[in-house]
Design a protein around this ligand. Structure first.
Ligand code: 8YV
Length: 322
């Protein structure tokens, strides 16, 4: 019998993909051009039983309506704003993500970005490499304290809670805003629920971890940045389109807020001529929230397992919406 066909939209380590090869014919996009072109993705989806996708691959109505054999899309991310999960469900296609395995790694990154922005780590590293350090002065690259300050977490899911746990180790006061109350974060970490407005007004550090939905798109614009303290630092490890970037640039230039640490951008990859990147008080990194070798390996293994389970008739974990 012909084996099912699996298309993977990036080159993954062969030892991870091997697990799938027992049950399927597997093809990986392997080209100088890192991202699979749209027309290739559509062609492959039209013959595939399973797709292993990344955030930059759009799995939309156009793709799903011409994928007659497709049974599962395993997305290598916890977020799934690249996938039309409702059309997928209507077409009988299972969609999975990679929750849990990336929680602590992403929280570590969010907190390092907060520390790096507050304590001007990147500016300091640049300063020394450029040979500018030739004397000591009391306020040389003086940043802002993190300990005992107030952190406001917007999006208190599993990653938010893991950030709150790290913040409690820094004796921070923890505020949060979320669609629903997170009683575990309240009882175990003393996190206090606030309206978005209250949170923005009271926090020294605002950490955005929301997924991108119709409700969260452009959640942070001029009005929200004006509500923040002038000393506030804004951290985004959620999704770039939650922020109106021109308004963030203005807020930083006008001194409405002090700094920003950004792992995600409106358009990814961001152009290196983007005005945000010209500002010294911005620490920008290329969407590496879950990028540790250990975690990315687990994410890939989970995607392969989900595909294998689906193709062999076993129960599939982490089906969306979850
Ligand atoms: C992805 C992410 O792993 O999980 C998410 O939602 O944003 C990242 O951790 C990365 O973008 C690869 O798709």
């Amino acid at each position: 019998m012909k084996k099912p066909y699996v298309f993977i939209t990036r080159k993954l380590p062969t030892q991870i993909v091997q697990a799938l090869e027992d049950v399927a014919e597997v093809k990986m996009w392997d080209s100088e051009e890192v991202q699979v072109p749209r027309e290739v993705l559509l062609e492959e989806a039209a013959k595939a039983d399973a797709l292993l996708t990344m955030l930059s691959d759009k799995v939309d109505e156009q793709l799903l309506s011409n994928a007659p054999n497709l049974k599962i899309v395993a997305n290598l991310a916890v977020g799934y704003d690249n996938i039309d999960i409702y059309t997928a469900a209507n077409n009988g296609v299972v969609v999975t993500n990679t929750p849990d395995v990336l929680t602590d790694t992403t929280a570590d990154l969010a907190f390092s970005l907060l520390l790096a922005t507050a304590r001007r780590i990147v500016e300091g590293a640049q300063y020394i490499k450029e040979g500018k350090w030739n004397s000591w002065s009391p306020f040389l690259l003086a940043g802002t304290d993190v300990h005992h300050k107030t952190i406001g977490i917007v999006g208190m899911g599993k990653i938010g809670q893991a950030v709150a746990k790290r913040a409690s180790g820094f004796d921070m006061e923890i505020l949060y805003h979320n669609r629903s109350r997170n009683t575990e974060a309240e009882t175990e970490l003393g996190a206090v629920y606030q309206s978005l407005e209250e949170l923005l007004k009271k926090s020294d550090y605002i950490v955005c971890l929301t997924p991108l939905t119709e409700e969260t798109k452009h959640l942070f614009g001029k009005e929200q940045f004006k509500m923040m303290k002038n000393s506030a630092i804004f951290i985004n490890v959620g999704r770039g389109q939650v922020v109106v970037e021109e308004d963030l640039v203005e807020a930083l230039k006008n001194g409405d807020i002090t700094g920003a640490g950004l792992d995600v951008f409106y358009q990814e990859p961001i152009s290196n001529s983007h005005p945000l990147l010209e500002l010294p008080q911005v620490v920008a990194i290329p969407h590496i929230g879950s990028a540790s070798v250990e975690t990315r390996t687990e994410m890939m293994e989970l995607c392969c397992k989900n595909i294998k389970d689906k193709l062999t008739g076993k129960e599939v974990k982490s089906i969306l919406p979850n």
